[in-house]
Design a protein around this ligand. Structure first.
Ligand code: ATP
Ligand code: MG
Length: 588
């Protein structure tokens, strides 16, 4: 992958440009808000909207939020915040069957975790699109009454064939010229359950020869006998997404409806529909406008709901909040922070062109934020013993380690030094490689925050693996005491007193996929799973980490950033997840 420099945060983006212009033109000066969603009649009872703009984040509650949604959340809620506006959280639950309370709860939790809410002064801007079913039905009848919709009885196949192609106009349905009265009667029969699922659809009457296929009489209502989590069995007809979404925006008096690029070709229908309904006096003007931006594509990650479900259901991961998943629940458990996501979304910006963002950029943002936020602690992840032979056996003493090198005001904490210590296996080499400055026989190194020691020898097991390293300390060299730096050394290693250590489970997470574009070409994305995406080890940590609270984050010096797992930690016995290493090990 390219090692391109992280782009500088754009000062602005094209959507801000649009809002600036709209506000300068006073576009919303006469836009009313009655305090709740509703059509023209309802909004007329209100006042001029105090919110300068209204945006919305409209998840379908059929899955967990992922990192791509974070981009949309920061964009929509962020714009509202910056422009004295309001962002609605709207559950787009017009599709029956697939939606569940579990998803509603998790989505609400994650929006709040990222720092946003829907309780604004006197109003609560959390909405369910299914609450608008009645209005949508009336809107459909109004279209019929103005000869803008008809009930089609063609089969799905016939409809597909008669839709035409990109280069060929479509053909009018033989049912296109039913009378208004006939259409109204049939549509009411559809609602009343007099027709079989799929036997009839209501279609907008626009233009079967339109160069935009989405304008060739799109379906707007279908018959489907399905239980809905909110409306139960009240309806056996449901609106299509492309019909429902613009109406939802209009009822909520949204000013800027921001969506991803694949909806660009739907914009003419969005406008057509809202104009017709405003002409029929059902919706208030000014009408909302749709603006499209490029969705987030991230290397080494899959963001498609279908693929995420497969990873969870086939147990490639431990659940929706597995720290390796790009779900927000997983990222949170991994130790990624809202501040890190904020920095990331600022840095990648908002554009009109699809592109792939390097996963490294996200990791760098987390590093940057955690470097500021996380206190330092000492952890030995691959321990072997170091014995200080000339140190008294029953003695121990205080050493002082700064909690944060950039923030001296956070003070120092005490760590105990004693005769037997844990050090990293890689900090000793019996036969040193060239340029190796750590422990090897006769070499001097500093035990960080402690003494200079001279390595003397080592012990090995029958297989030749080093089990214990021996050394002697130089009593006048303790860090922080006068003259301690008289002895110059090149190496500086970290350690934990064996008698004062917290032995602990640590999970070393890595990327879930070993390929930058999982499943690209003809490969099955499951074959691109990194077989070493997690390694569980037993580490020796400084004793203070025993008291870490779930979700507390630290830098383990020389290793990276770690978080006390919010799920598996118990009081006095936290387990740690590696959030990200100090440096990028994937850069080639
Ligand atoms: P589906 O395929 O089920 O529609 P979705 O990812 O679009 O999945 P929604 O719940 O509809 O999920 O998404 C809610 C909002 O998040 C939408 O407005 C959508 O534009 C935005 N969104 C979803 N994925 C991304 C992404 N990768 N980058 C930016 N925004 C996204
Ligand atoms: Mg969607």
């Amino acid at each position: 992958m390219s090692a391109e420099k992280t782009p500088i945060a754009p000062a602005s983006n094209f959507i801000r440009g649009i809002i600036d212009r709209d506000l300068a033109e006073n576009k919303f000066a006469t836009k009313n808000w009655a305090g709740s969603p509703g059509g023209a009649e309802h909004q007329a009872t209100g006042q001029v909207d105090a919110a300068k703009i209204r945006t919305r984040f409209p998840p379908e509650p059929n899955g967990y939020l992922h990192i791509g949604h974070a981009k949309s959340i920061f964009l929509n809620f962020g714009l509202a915040r910056d422009y004295s506006g309001i962002c609605h959280l709207r559950f787009d639950d017009t599709n029956p069957e697939k939606e569940e309370q579990e998803y509603v709860d998790s989505i609400s939790e994650m929006v709040q975790w990222l720092g946003f809410g829907w309780n604004n002064e006197s109003e609560n801007n959390l909405y369910y699109a299914s609450d608008y079913f009645e209005f949508m039905y009336e809107a459909a009848e109004a279209l019929i009454e103005h000869d803008n919709a008809y009930v089609d009885a063609q089969s799905a196949d016939e409809m597909r064939i008669n839709r035409g192609t990109l280069t060929e106009a479509g053909k009018d349905s033989p049912y296109r010229n039913r009378t208004i009265a006939e259409n109204l009667q049939l549509f009411r029969e559809m609602r009343d359950g007099k027709h079989a699922d799929g036997s009839l659809v209501l279609r907008a009457k626009i233009d079967m020869a339109s160069p935009n296929i989405n304008m060739r009489d799109p379906a707007i209502y279908r018959i489907k006998r399905a239980h809905h989590h909110n409306t139960g069995d009240k309806w056996c007809i449901y609106p299509m997404y492309t019909f429902a979404h613009p109406i939802e925006d209009a009822l909520e008096q949204i000013t800027h409806s921001i969506c991803t690029l694949e909806f660009e070709d739907q914009r003419p229908f969005y406008d057509w529909l809202l104009e017709k309904l405003a002409d029929a006096s059902l919706l208030a003007r000014p009408l909302p406008h749709q603006y499209e931006f490029a969705r987030l594509n991230l290397t080494y990650v899959v963001l498609s709901k279908r693929k995420l479900i497969q990873l969870v259901e086939d147990k490639h991961v431990s659940g929706w909040d597995d720290p390796r998943l790009p779900t927000l629940a997983g990222a949170r458990r991994r130790g990624y922070t809202p501040e890190g996501f904020k920095l990331f979304t600022d840095r990648i910006g908002v554009s009109k062109a699809d592109s792939w963002i390097e996963y490294t950029i996200l990791e760098d943002c987390m590093r940057e934020v955690l470097n500021e936020a996380a206190e330092r602690r000492i952890a030995v992840l691959d321990p072997i013993k170091l014995v200080i032979d000339n140190y008294p056996k029953s003695q121990s003493e205080d050493c002082f380690a700064p909690n944060h090198p950039l923030k001296p005001e956070l003070g120092k904490r005490t760590v105990q030094l004693s005769k037997e210590l844990w050090i990293e296996r890689e900090d000793f080499m019996e036969e040193p490689a060239k340029g190796y400055f750590r422990l090897f026989p006769d070499n001097l190194v500093r035990l960080r925050y402690g003494y200079v020691v001279k390595c003397t020898s080592c012990e090995k097991d029958p297989n030749g693996n080093v089990t214990v390293v021996h050394c002697e300390y130089l009593p006048d060299t303790k860090s922080g005491t006068p003259g301690s730096d008289a002895v110059k050394v090149k190496g500086n290693i970290h350690w934990v007193s064996a008698a004062h250590a917290y032995e602990c489970e640590v999970r070393l997470y890595d990327r879930l996929f070993k390929e930058a574009n999982p499943g690209s070409g003809d490969r099955d994305f499951l074959n691109d799973i990194n077989p070493n995406s997690v390694q569980t080890i037993t580490a020796q940590l400084e004793l203070s980490l025993k008291d870490a609270k779930p979700a507390e984050t630290f830098q383990f010096e020389r290793h990276g950033y770690f978080v006390a797992d919010r799920k598996d930690s118990i009081a006095g016995k936290p387990v740690f997840n590696r959030t990200v290493t100090l440096r990028d090990a994937w850069q080639k």
